[in-house]
Design a protein around this ligand. Structure first.
Ligand code: IDC
Length: 490
């Protein structure tokens, strides 16, 4: 009787259901439960994995009568699998058995209604997905079983369709915030470069403001449904930059896993109406050509996988350094065609000389780019600054360059270029005012709880799993959140 259907990125489970989820010994367990219990549930469990860790996203659909509270049960197939920080449910683990209980806001599930929960986990030797689930004790079959006459009380429809009814859509909850007036993504759609600006689908010049992750090989615990709910809902951010280091235990150590991890973050951002910058975070060595083959492989994969999405922006080289503009341009002209072959309308951002300083940190300037631009359309150039290190002489160049080159500040810090030291909020304000005036988009380093002053959250925030308490923000996080959450000018 089992129906096990592999999905592209997970599995949907279904085995014949049993009556009894809602009725035990003839007693109704929850006040809103209809005693005519057509029992059933469907669970989709998808994971993205990297060495030693994974994120599980679980979608639960109630195919039985309405419930006011639920408990999901499943068993890990491998004893080395452990639940870490969860969201939208309270997770407990005993041996390999895991239960997830609803939160206050998502306990009520109408017939056909769904809710999404998830967690970050760790694993040691093997990480297969669980193969069976129960909801309030009943196996999730993906189908509905008709109750026997002895347990059923009168009901207008003894057997229900498994497909959600119009009235069965989930009520708004913190995990699916519907922002009034639309999301950045629904408002602006597929972006393109228009002159020196970023433009919406309807050709309006716009500015995106948001946050960069820390290195996703180190701070995956800070990127999950709950943290991105906070970024979209509380911070009102427009964009998430996904910093995938190539070296330093990054992509080169496990290309498939890092590609999957990036893709999962694209989906999490998309589900919350945010744009996602896929950052190929080269840093050391500084010549992007060192990673040219890896870039070709990586961008072919992410561009093909995300071609139909409207929220993806490709950043092909974080911070070239110790390398000429000519070499960076040559790299770009080999990587961009790979992206365009798969995703013709995706914007590409090209890093610039001297740690994406437009050459200024190497004693050059934007004129080397303007005189010898990358031979491609729909591209922008990256500029990065750290406010305590980079001041008026850099601002002068950016103010001038903004008139001739499409710029995107894909990374900036309120602190020194080390990522640490004291914040310089006066310099940060001068920078962000300049960017606002020129509608230059930006992402701040970092949406993490790293033990360094550039991080937005204090250490321990991500393992605690709550992201909306202002007391958890650092000085930098407090300042940047206040800037980002002001109204967009879309
Ligand atoms: C820093 C991180 C730090 C990490 C280091 C590793 O903040 O925790 O140990 O990278 O390389 C950049 C880079 C960015 C740096 C950041 C701060 O793009 O990777 O992150 N920075 O030094 N350019 C200028 C500053």
């Amino acid at each position: 009787m089992s129906l096990l259907q592999r999905l592209p990125r997970g599995r949907t489970l279904g085995v014949a259901g049993a009556v009894g989820a809602l009725v035990a010994g003839g007693l109704i367990l929850a006040p809103t439960v209809n005693a005519s219990a057509a029992a059933g549930c469907r669970v989709t469990y998808t994971t993205n994995q990297w060495p030693g860790g994974f994120t599980a996203n679980i979608a639960i659909t109630n195919l039985g009568d309405p419930v006011s509270a639920w408990t999901l049960g499943f068993a890990f197939p491998d004893a080395g699998q452990k639940v870490g920080q969860g969201w939208s449910a309270t997770f407990t683990q005993s041996g390999t058995n895991v239960t997830a209980k609803n939160m206050d806001y998502n306990g009520a599930l109408a017939t056909g209604a769904s809710t999404s929960i998830g967690f970050n986990g760790t694993w040691t030797t093997a990480n297969p997905n669980p193969a069976a689930f129960t909801l309030n004790g009943v196996a999730c079959t993906g189908s509905v079983s008709t109750p026997s006459p002895t347990t059923a009380s009168p009901s207008p429809s003894p057997s229900r369709s498994a497909s959600p009814s119009p009235s069965a859509s989930p009520s708004p909850s913190p995990s699916t915030p519907p922002p009034p007036g639309g999301t950045p993504l629904s408002t602006n759609g597929q972006l393109h470069v228009c002159g020196v600006n970023l433009c919406s689908q309807s050709n309006r010049a716009i500015q995106l403001r948001g946050m960069s992750t820390h290195g996703i090989q180190w701070f995956a615990s800070c990127v999950n449904g709950a943290s991105l709910d906070a970024l979209a809902g509380d911070w009102k951010a427009d964009v998430l930059r996904i910093a995938m280091y190539v070296q330093e235990q990054g992509y080169e150590t496990n290309p498939a896993a890092f590609t999957a991890q990036v893709n999962s973050y694209v989906d999490l951002a998309e589900a919350r109406g945010m744009y996602a910058i896929i950052d190929f975070h080269i840093l050391t060595p500084g010549d992007p050509n060192y990673n040219l083959d890896r870039a070709r492989t990586f961008f072919a994969a992410v561009a093909a996988r995300n071609a139909a999405k409207r929220n993806v922006i490709y950043e092909i080289a974080n911070e070239p350094n110790g390398v000429s503009w000519q070499s960076i341009k040559s790299y770009a002209e080999q990587v961009i065609p790979v992206i365009r072959a798969a995703d013709p309308d995706g914007i590409v951002i090209v890093g610039t000389r001297g740690w994406s300083s437009l050459g200024v940190s190497d004693g050059s300037s934007e004129t080397e780019i303007a005189n010898n631009p990358v031979n491609a359309t729909n591209i922008m150039y990256a500029f990065h600054f750290y406010a305590a290190s980079h001041k008026d002489n850099y601002r002068t160049v950016v103010a001038r360059a903004a008139r001739t080159l499409p710029l995107f500040v894909t990374e900036f810090g309120t602190v020194s270029a080390t990522g640490g030291g004291a914040t310089d909020l006066a310099s940060t304000t001068a920078w962000l005012d300049l960017l606002d005036q020129n509608k230059i988009s930006y992402a701040n380093w970092t949406y993490s709880d790293a033990n360094e002053s550039s991080a937005a959250f204090k250490p321990g925030t991500c393992s605690a799993g709550s992201y909306t308490n202002p007391a958890q923000l650092t000085e930098s996080g407090t300042y940047v959140r206040n800037r980002i959450r002001t109204a967009d000018s879309f």
